[in-house]
Write a protein that binds this ligand. Structure first.
Ligand code: HSX
Length: 207
């Protein structure tokens, strides 16, 4: 599958701290912000640059600057995606932001949309969808499906932890969409939770 496992030591370390049961909400929030900045750093390696004529105090130079910073859209899947979004916006402050509200029916695990809002001109923008967890993969599949209807230039998906089942499911629907994750865990339990995972990301982030 089209999956990149991001294994930077700082990311792995912080993810372990986040998984720990005794980690407080405040600490979890801070770690999610930090880890998201590191993930953003890793996945923006290939962003195109252009030259801009600037003046340093000692003279002019042609200096590199992001070619398309304003064209990027970060789409957060509510509500846990907000934690990743906040971290990424610290690194890429002029990125545009979209929100998709999906909740998972606890019995059927089917995602139900309750909110959908994207910036204008989505056809001219590169989209990065963020959500900490891919469990069954239903949420991610539905979010991408919905986004594709709006015709963005490109779409990528970033999460922290994915299950093997979720990756498989995601890949079967959206094989061309690159998926970035910091960990692939063992399996899903019968409630659709990632084992060992970190619990419910929304609950750990917001209480
Ligand atoms: C959690 O459940 C995550 O933040 C995702 O939004 C969702 C993942 O579950 P699944 O649809 O992959 O099973 O709230």
């Amino acid at each position: 599958p089209n999956v990149t496992l991001i294994q930077h030591p700082l990311i792995q370390h912080k993810l372990t701290l986040m998984r720990r049961e005794e980690t407080s909400t405040a600490k979890f929030r801070q770690l999610l912000r930090e880890i998201s900045m590191l993930l953003a750093y890793e996945i923006t390696r290939d962003l195109p640059l252009r030259k801009q004529l600037i003046k340093t105090p000692l003279g002019p130079m042609e200096a590199p600057i992001l070619a398309s910073e304003k064209k990027m859209v970060i789409v957060s899947i509510m509500r846990a995606g907000q934690g990743i979004l906040d971290g990424i916006l610290e690194l890429i402050p002029s990125a545009r932001v979209g929100h998709i509200g999906l909740y998972r029916d606890p019995r059927t695990f089917i995602p139900i949309e309750y909110y959908f809002r994207l910036p204008d001109d989505i056809e001219e923008r590169e989209v990065l969808v963020v959500d900490p967890m891919i469990a069954t993969g239903n949420t991610a599949v539905a979010a991408i499906q919905r986004l594709k209807q709006t015709n963005p230039l490109s779409v990528k998906f970033l999460c922290l932890i994915a299950s093997p089942e979720g990756i498989e499911h995601f890949h079967s629907y959206h094989p061309e969409v690159p998926l970035y994750t910091a960990a692939i865990d063992d399996h899903l339990d019968e409630h659709g939770y990632i084992i060992p995972g970190l619990g419910d990301a929304g609950d750990r982030l917001f209480g």
